[in-house]
Design a binder for this molecule. Structure first.
Ligand SMILES: Nc1ncnc2c1ncn2[C@@H]1O[C@H](COP(=O)(O)OP(=O)(O)OP(=O)(O)O)[C@@H](O)[C@H]1O
Length: 262
């Protein structure tokens, strides 16, 4: 953790930088199911923000909305002042999906996956130039996967797979990175590599939004945290978010069971 990080402001945003992601009163329904019910969140640049919520609380839906993959019934999403579709076409947002959302049998190598981060910069023929290959090599080195670059993506461990997708986001060069459950099924080495990288990215000015169930990993990773239960219940300093009485709101648990997390 960097000692220079300013404290999060849970209340007034006076003097704070413009949010990189602004979500206003978002309502998303899948038929009868209301996944988001008036979610409002302003994610600040240069910080790692944890998105915390129980299964079904709407975390993936919020990410999908940021990526422009669902049509909200109400509300608005702005990424660096642009619509999700525009932000997507400009490659402003990198996305590391949940492992369940990936077809691991697909016949592509680790290098191919990382190169996908460069597609937005290539023409329709997707011909890689020297700059693309250099960016891919640099990203592979940052996640320590150079030696496995030519292996089929499904023949990696859970942690290595995650690192490959983080490398795709790095190669893309997006200033905003979304990670959906990056620590699920991940070994300690991969977790440490991902945490270090995300901290470096945020300290260099990027915006990092990470959904996780792993509350114990959060204080070392995140500056801020947002508690989600179809709407944002709290957004502010990570340690304040992990206070038992706040977590109990988001998880519907007895505060005594949550002592010692913050
Ligand atoms: N495509 C879909 N069709 C119908 N319902 C959906 C769909 N996607 C999500 N839902 C429902 O919307 C709600 C929010 O789901 P979402 O996946 O956003 O939650 P989550 O917080 O990411 O959950 P998890 O932690 O289990 O990944 C849940 O009730 C879920 O069953």
């Amino acid at each position: 953790m960097s000692a220079a990080r300013p404290a999060a402001s849970a209340g007034s945003d006076a003097g704070a930088p413009e949010p990189a992601i602004r979500i206003d009163d978002l309502v998303v329904r899948y038929g009868e199911v209301t996944a988001l019910d008036g979610a409002t969140l302003a994610v600040r640049p240069g910080r790692v923000t944890g998105l915390i919520g129980m299964n079904g609380s709407g975390k993936s839906t919020l990410f999908t909305a940021i990526m422009g993959g669902v049509r909200p019934e109400r509300g608005d999403v702005r990424i660096a002042g642009r619509s999700p579709a525009e932000a997507r076409s400009r490659g402003l947002v990198g996305y590391v999906p949940q492992s369940e959302a990936v077809d691991w049998a697909f016949p592509v190598s680790v290098r191919d996956v990382v190169m996908m981060g460069r597609y937005g910069r290539m023409g329709p023929m997707r011909r890689a130039r020297a700059a693309d290959r250099e960016a891919v090599d640099a990203a592979l080195a940052r996640v320590e996967l150079e030696d496995l670059a030519d292996r089929q993506i499904g023949r990696l461990s859970g942690g290595q797979r995650k690192r490959a997708f983080v490398a795709r986001g790095l190669a893309q060069g997006a200033g905003i990175l979304l990670l959906d459950e990056p620590f699920a099924g991940v070994d300690k080495r991969s977790e440490a590599t991902i945490v270090r990288l995300l901290r470096e990215l945020a300290d260099a000015g990027s915006t990092v939004l990470v959904s996780t169930h792993d509350l114990h990993a959060l204080p070392a990773l995140a500056d801020d945290a947002a508690l989600l239960l179809r709407r944002i219940l709290f957004h502010g300093d990570v340690r304040e978010a992990l206070a038992p009485e706040r977590l109990s709101l988001a998880f519907g648990l007895d505060p005594d069971a949550l002592e010692g997390l913050a």
